[in-house]
Write a protein that binds this ligand. Structure first.
Ligand SMILES: Cc1cc2nc3c(=O)[nH]c(=O)nc-3n(C[C@H](O)[C@H](O)[C@H](O)COP(=O)(O)OP(=O)(O)OC[C@H]3O[C@@H](n4cnc5c(N)ncnc54)[C@H](O)[C@@H]3O)c2cc1C
Length: 250
């Protein structure tokens, strides 16, 4: 049985900016396509492509964030594959609606007999708790395997084998714990990423989703620094990490 102790986040798509030849911007400084799309959209509102203040993209976007002109951040979308998170963590993640798209592993179709389980950060590091928890998830997986076998027999009359398996798995999954690993493709525009990150990086957020949010933020800060530069990650007193935003969501 595989036990996972941290999420894996992989960027699978980023924005591509196609600058219209008839509205060129006087760019200053280094920037990614996602950042340029936001700057282009902001400048279009005031037709300031000639960059009268001589701002770099980083300076321009910081000012936009400060002013709360959040809609220009809706044009750049980043798609991240998230693995190594529990079903309970993904359940919290998918509560974020505006600007989000999700595609999550189906427990009705996929055989979970060899699924991995995600150990809650709160349990990690305590050998007794870890052993107890491991035993519990192992027992649940065994129950799942037994259930699938029995249900396959019960549904023997279903001719289509794929359909029969689905019928067995969709019922047997009810005994799988919240800790079962899921894989989920998440796409969100920058405004939506920022809203989720602000809420899930906070110390009030559950530890696992907070850990996931830290990983996503670090990836997005590498990818498009100016769009996420105002977020700060800090160590908490109990030894985990949390984050705060410089410019509150609007
Ligand atoms: C610490 C913490 C504890 C939580 N505890 C619970 C809990 O106990 N039970 C529970 O059910 N949930 C809980 N949640 C989830 C929470 O209620 C939200 O569902 C989740 O944070 C998504 O936030 P959102 O709706 O603002 O996000 P999004 O859906 O991404 O929406 C972003 C923003 O768009 C606007 N918006 C989106 N949809 C609408 C709409 N239909 N109408 C009007 N405006 C809209 C709102 O301004 C919203 O803030 C918790 C969240 C956190 C961070």
């Amino acid at each position: 049985m595989e036990i996972l102790r941290s999420p894996r986040v992989t960027l699978i798509a980023r924005p591509q900016f196609l600058e219209p030849a008839h509205l060129p911007v006087q760019w200053k400084g280094e920037s990614s396509d996602g950042e340029r799309i936001a700057e282009f959209a902001g400048r279009l509102c005031y037709m300031s492509q000639h960059n009268p203040a001589g701002r770099t993209t980083a300076e321009y976007l910081r000012n936009i964030l400060k002013q709360g002109h959040g809609s220009v951040f809706e044009h750049s979308t980043y798609v991240i594959l998230i693995e190594g998170i529990s079903r309970s963590c993904s359940h919290e993640l998918v509560r974020h609606r505006a600007g989000w798209g999700y595609s999550q592993l189906s427990q009705r179709y996929v055989d979970e007999s060899h699924a991995a389980f995600v150990m809650p950060p709160a349990i990690m590091g305590d050998p007794e708790l870890e052993a107890q928890w491991t035993q519990q998830v192992q027992a649940a997986q065994t129950a799942y395997v037994t259930s699938v076998e029995r249900l396959m027999t019960r549904y023997e009359w279903v001719e289509d084998k794929v359909h029969r398996r689905k019928m067995a798995r969709e019922a047997a999954r009810s005994v799988l714990p919240n800790a079962t690993e899921v894989k989920i493709v998440t796409s969100a525009n920058v405004r939506a990423w920022r809203t989720m990150l602000e809420l899930r990086l906070g110390e009030g957020a559950e530890l696992e989703i907070r850990r996931m949010a830290v990983a996503c933020l670090q990836l997005l800060q590498r990818e498009a620094p100016s769009l996420f530069a105002d977020f700060e990650i800090y160590p908490t007193t109990e030894g985990s990490e949390a984050g705060r935003v410089g410019f509150h969501k609007v």
